[in-house]
Structure formats: C-alpha cells, structure tokens
Design a protein around this ligand. Structure first.
Ligand code: FES
Length: 152
C-alpha cells in the first residue's frame, strides 16, 4: 500500500550524493511508495551520479525492488515442489485468467499483484496460496476465487 505524504526530495536529501548511496536510497523509496517509479529513478541517479542503466540493473537484480506499482492486495501462489505436484500451476494459471494479469504483475485497477514463489514454508498444506498475510492451504481455483470475493 502506498504511504502518502512522503516527499521524495526529503528521502533523497537524507542520503549523501555519492554512488554508494544508491541501494539505500532505492530501499527507502521502495519502503515509502512500495515501488520505484521512472521519475524517482531519474531523481536518484541525478543525486548519486550513477547512470540510469546501472540503477535499473541494480533494481531488477534484487527481488525486493519493484519497478511497477503494487496492488492493494498481494497474491502469492506457491510453485515449490510440494505445491507444484498438487496443482499450484493450475491455480496460478486460473488466477492469471480471472484477474487478467500475468504473474509478476499488477491488475490495471491496482487491486491485485500476482506473484509466484518457490516455497511458503507450509508444504504440508500444499498447494498453498497466500493473500496478503492469510495462508490458504489445500487451495483450489475455486477456494481462492471464493476468498478473493471478499475484496470485491
Ligand atoms: S512447496 Fe509450497 S509451501 Fe513449500
């Protein structure tokens, strides 16, 4: 969720204008806005004196950075071995169809971000889907659909 009233200039001014500040600045912007916009990236690069291509390379390397806005709700479908064997892929495909969004992306209305992960640490409950902080164990396309209805 985007935190409002955070001035990006305030964040930038907290860090020295040198290349070593790049990751710390990106972390603070990610924490404040939940993603790093192209405009923010340009401001950061100007401040620390790093080329845009280098900053984008850093931001795409670390999974904790997002270059597109996150949805209000995050759905994580586990595709680890236990969940994959029990139909995790089918659930992911169903969600892509239902939400009209590819995995790794956010629905156009910014309601949902759909991610796939390698293990949610609850293999005994496979297949597992996490919606925000809720674990859905023994998930099916229908049970996930029913759960998401409460956000409509
Ligand atoms: S493989 Fe899915 S929770 Fe571990």
């Amino acid at each position: 969720m985007i935190k409002e009233h955070v001035d990006i200039d305030d964040i930038i001014e907290r860090h020295p204008g040198k290349p070593e500040s790049l990751i710390f600045l990106l972390q603070d912007i990610q924490a404040a806005y939940n993603y790093i916009s192209p405009e923010a990236m340009t401001l950061v690069c100007d401040h620390v004196g790093v080329p845009l291509t280098q900053a984008f390379a850093v931001a795409t390397f670390y999974k904790s950075f997002s270059l597109e806005p996150k949805g209000e709700h995050e759905i994580r479908v586990c595709l680890g071995t236990a969940c994959h064997l029990k139909g995790g892929e089918r659930i992911a495909e169903g969600l892509e169809r239902d939400l009209g969004v590819d995995r790794g992306h956010t629905s156009t209305d910014l309601s949902f971000t759909l991610e796939t992960v390698n293990c949610l640490g609850a293999c005994a409950l496979a297949p597992v889907v996490m919606v925000d902080d809720d674990y859905l164990g023994g998930a099916t396309q229908n049970s996930v659909r029913r759960f998401l209805k409460k956000f409509e």
